[in-house]
Design a protein around this ligand. Structure first.
Ligand SMILES: *Cc1c(COP(=O)(O)O)cnc(C)c1O
Length: 362
């Protein structure tokens, strides 16, 4: 595997190497069927097996209770940002949004097409470098739901506990960039959505975990493919689904279970992130973007003293086999995305490179 380098990409992110090895075989011939996974009918036995196992293994890995369905949808998290208000909001109602980053902001704006979004909290005053506290959050009266983004991929902040919505308000979460990175009590959520391409698999499938009651409460006067209940009824196979992406997510779910489940995965993720945050904490050369109490375990964001040094950092890191470190334009600087499948050795390598770079240029 010597030709592979450390891929710090924010998404699509890296996948476990054992999963990629299995994919290599199954693209040619899966389950001894003589046909590759890319070529099988979505109504055949092999794909039945793939979907059933993916669902069961995700349910087990993520601890999804029987009250909740797991749906395989398309359109990414971006489509969920409008499907949620389209299905569960109306012109005469308000939905509460915690605006902690660009994706949260975009989701809130889409809600205005269908009803009245209320900004219950916002971190825009400090370029989204923190997660607002409960005291800084003001909910409306009887919101249709409360929406938040658990990990702010661009800014490198993360909720360390879910917000507490007003009694009876469904909690909805864009968990695209930290799903499966730590244990979560799914029963607290009415709906969770995540594009697979950060922590769960390749681009092309969106994982939706939703309570039966919420699904049933959705509007019925929409095209079937825009209603969640259609995916429940037809087991996510109303039309041709992204079979390959679901298949890879299934392998990643098995890999999570083999790793010891999400408790074990969180410990590894904490260790990985610490290598890099420790360098930030001991340096006045690097400035972390996220406030320490709001730091993400998935995306570490920081700046250098000036843009020239930031460019040099990215170029030199690449020469040492570390790619994808350029920050998003709204923060600038550096972003190291270290999703589940990203190896700890890569975090150590980056930390070492950072210390060396500071010695040379600090
Ligand atoms: C990447 C990302 C998105 C956008 O996902 P798509 O699948 O490309 O639509 C939305 N929200 C968050 C938190 C993300 O990290």
């Amino acid at each position: 595997m010597s030709e592979r380098i450390f891929n710090f990409s924010a998404g699509p992110g890296c996948l476990p190497e054992s999963v990629l090895e299995q994919v290599r075989q199954d693209v040619w011939n899966i389950d001894g069927s003589g046909i590759g996974i890319l070529e099988h009918s979505h109504r055949g036995k092999v794909v039945d097996r793939v979907f059933e196992e993916c669902e069961a293994d995700l349910r087990s890995a993520l601890g999804v209770p029987d009250s909740h369905r797991i749906l395989f949808m398309t359109g990414g998290a971006s489509a969920q940002a409008f499907l949620v208000p389209m299905n569960f909001l109306s012109k005469d109602r308000t939905a509460d949004y915690l605006v902690t980053g660009m994706w949260a902001q975009k989701a809130m704006e889409q809600a205005a097409l269908f009803g009245n979004p209320h900004v219950a909290a916002s971190s825009a005053d400090a370029n989204h470098n923190y997660i607002p506290s409960a005291e800084q959050t003001t909910y409306s009266q009887r919101p249709a739901y409360v929406h938040f983004t658990s990990n702010n991929t661009i800014f490198g902040t993360e909720f360390h506990a879910e917000p507490t919505p007003p009694e009876g308000a469904p909690l909805i979460c864009d968990m695209s960039s930290d799903i499966a990175s730590r244990p979560v009590d799914v029963s607290k959520y009415a709906l969770i959505y995540a594009g697979a391409q950060k922590n769960l698999g390749p681009a092309g499938v969106t994982i939706v975990i939703a309570h039966d009651h919420l699904i049933e409460s959705g509007r019925k006067d929409l095209p079937p493919l825009l209603q969640y209940r259609t995916f429940t009824k037809e087991l996510s196979r109303t039309n041709t689904p992204p079979v390959f992406a679901v298949y890879v997510v299934g392998l990643v779910a098995k890999w999570l279970l083999e790793a010891g489940g999400l408790g074990a995965v969180r410990q590894i993720n904490e260790r990985k992130a610490k290598h890099i945050y420790d360098v930030l904490d001991r340096s006045s050369f690097y400035r972390g973007h996220a406030r320490p109490d709001s730091r993400s375990l998935m995306n570490v964001t920081f700046n250098l003293p000036n843009e020239d040094l930031e460019k040099k950092f990215v170029t030199e890191a690449k020469l040492q086999g570390m790619d994808g470190l350029k920050g998003h334009r709204s923060v600038g600087g550096i972003r190291a995305s270290i999703y589940n499948a990203f190896p700890e050795a890569g975090c150590r390598a980056l930390a070492e490179f950072m210390r060396e770079f500071e010695r040379k240029h600090g």
